[in-house]
Design a binder for this molecule. Structure first.
Ligand code: NAD
Ligand code: UGA
Length: 470
């Protein structure tokens, strides 16, 4: 079976880049990405490619080549579903903020709505691809909903989780370590699997395309994220011990990472991992383990999150104790707000939680991030405070302790301390001598990413505190 028309529900950080690359690499397939969010679709269609809603290196180039040729962004969801042979579901699956499983389980209401809409609209057989990250056995629920209309349309559900990381999305899609396709081992299931394999085979080798049963595929996605996050929490746990013992966490990471069984990647100690997925997916895994009555397994994975919260809190506490146990009315400059470099995404960024602790202690937080707007930063804090039950009055008062700048030098002027929250390359190139001259003394640098040259900064006169360095 040859796929001619693909539709993707959800034009976010996954739907946008993945479909752009599929369209680029498969010029004979028409790809339509749809979303309920009109502003987001308008931004994907903006003539100025600098205004795309997702910032990713090389994304504008890919969209520029394929858009209008065989790549389309639209809000007409029904028409796109009707025309497609293959429908990807790439909508958000956040942690539930209400009801049963609140704070742990994935909220599948958006996915379910997609399935109901597909069932209502479809007039001919379709392959449905789970691209969103979903709890294991969701395909069963989807199949039940899809088949519920009894209109004779055959839906074949595949699992095809996405492994791209933000900031390197295009590179990851072009040269994927693997793509994973899970499907039923029935004749129709095998045809559907092969149809999706053929899409990816436009640019990936057979060795890069793994096929499994549906449940293994669904569970592998949660497992991959849990293993990745676990490495960060492991090295971050040791960073605390390094600080107590004068060991250097970068040296320890390098020493253990050269063991080929351990490997060097994902051992960078930090202020804590952020992003929309690690925490949400591990919480979901923990919830599933408890659901299947496996408390020891649940507690094991939960510790990855507990440690990550501890790391963010530890960083904020270190700032307060170093600044003579009070940050009240002191200007603390945050360099970076995004959860990692080369993205404008701030979801679950460590910066949000560190800012919360410091603002609670009376600090004035002054932020500069090259890709994140003032409105986004203020919305992130307001959202957290709303979740924590703060009144509107209290939120307005707290927002008065938060300032956002378009240039770094304004943000840094007359600061008591600088905290590096995101590892943007440009921070390394600043004129730190003149920054020092314009700061209160003693001038502190808290490098939450270990990216600055601590020796050089110390020579200038800064008090430098990195992560995991005595
Ligand atoms: P996102 O919030 O950026 O995008 C999701 C989009 O879906 C939103 O624009 C929303 O308006 C839209 N949407 C919701 N319901 C819809 C509906 N019924 N019809 C059409 N559009 C609808 O989320 P994301 O970061 O792209 O993540 C999507 C999924 O991919 C999640 O399950 C996530 O866990 C997974 N994932 C994300 C990443 C990542 O790096 N962000 C990587 C791998 C997997
Ligand atoms: C992560 C995974 O890497 C992707 O494979 C997966 O597809 C994606 O989650 C997802 O499911 O959403 P992402 O969150 O975009 O990708 O970015 P990462 O590079 O994994 O970084 C996550 C967080 O960990 C960032 O805050 C980063 O700064 C931090 N990190 C990463 C460290 O603190 N140390 C490291 O060594 C690596």
């Amino acid at each position: 079976m040859k796929i001619k028309n693909i539709c993707c529900l959800g034009a976010g950080y996954v739907g946008g880049p993945t479909m752009s690359v599929i369209a680029l690499k498969c010029p004979e397939i028409k790809v339509t990405v749809v979303d309920l969010n009109e502003a987001r679709i308008a931004a994907w269609n903006d003539d100025n490619l600098d205004n795309l809603p997702v910032y990713e290196p090389r994304l504008a180039e890919v969209v520029g080549e394929a858009r209008g040729r065989n790549l389309f962004f639209s809000t007409d969801v029904d028409a796109a579903i009707d025309a497609a042979d293959m429908i990807f579901i790439a909508v958000n699956t956040p942690t539930k903020t209400y009801g049963e499983g609140k704070g742990m389980a994935a909220d599948l209401k958006f996915v379910e709505l997609c399935a109901r809409q597909i069932a209502r609209i479809a007039k001919n057989d379709k392959i449905i691809v789970e691209k969103s990250t979903l709890p294991v056995r969701t395909a069963e629920t989807l199949q039940t909903i899809l088949d519920s209309t009894g209109n004779g349309v055959h839906f074949e559900v595949l699992s095809n989780p996405e492994f791209l990381a933000e900031g390197t999305a295009i590179e990851d899609l072009f040269n994927a370590d693997r793509v994973l396709i899970g499907g039923k081992q029935t004749p129709k299931g095998k045809v559907a699997i092969q149809a999706l394999v053929d899409v990816y085979a436009h640019w990936l080798t057979p060795k890069q395309i793994l096929t499994t049963n549906v449940w293994s595929s669904e569970l592998s996605k949660l497992t991959a994220n849990a293993f990745l996050a676990q490495r960060i929490s492991s090295i971050n746990a040791l960073s605390a011990l390094c600080e107590a013992t004068e060991a250097n966490v970068d040296e320890v990471a390098n020493a253990i990472g050269t063991d080929s069984r351990i490997g060097p990647k994902f051992l960078k100690a930090s202020v804590g991992f952020g992003g929309s997925c690690f925490q949400k997916d591990i919480l979901n895994l923990v919830y599933l383990c408890r659901f299947f009555n496996l408390p020891e397994v649940a507690n094991y994975w939960e510790q990855v999150i507990i440690l990550n919260d501890y790391q963010k809190y530890r960083f904020a506490k270190k700032i307060i104790s170093s600044l003579f146990n009070t940050v009240s009315d002191k200007k603390i400059t945050f360099l970076g707000w995004a959860f990692k470099k080369d993205t404008n995404d701030t979801r679950e960024s460590a910066a949000i939680y560190v800012a919360d602790h410091l603002i609670e202690d009376g600090a004035q937080i002054h932020v500069y991030d090259p890709k994140v707007s003032e409105a986004k930063i203020k919305a992130d804090m307001s959202y957290l405070w709303e979740l924590n039950g703060l009144t509107e009055h209290k939120i307005t008062a707290k927002l008065k302790q938060l300032f956002v700048y378009k240039t770094p030098m304004e943000a840094l002027d007359q600061a008591h301390a600088v905290a590096v929250l995101t590892e943007w390359d440009e921070f390394k190139t600043y004129d730190w001598k003149s920054i020092y001259q314009n700061m209160y003394k003693p001038a502190f640098v808290f490098d939450g990413r270990n990216i600055l040259d601590a020796d050089k900064l110390t020579t200038i006169g800064f008090q430098v505190k990195g992560i995991g360095k005595g």
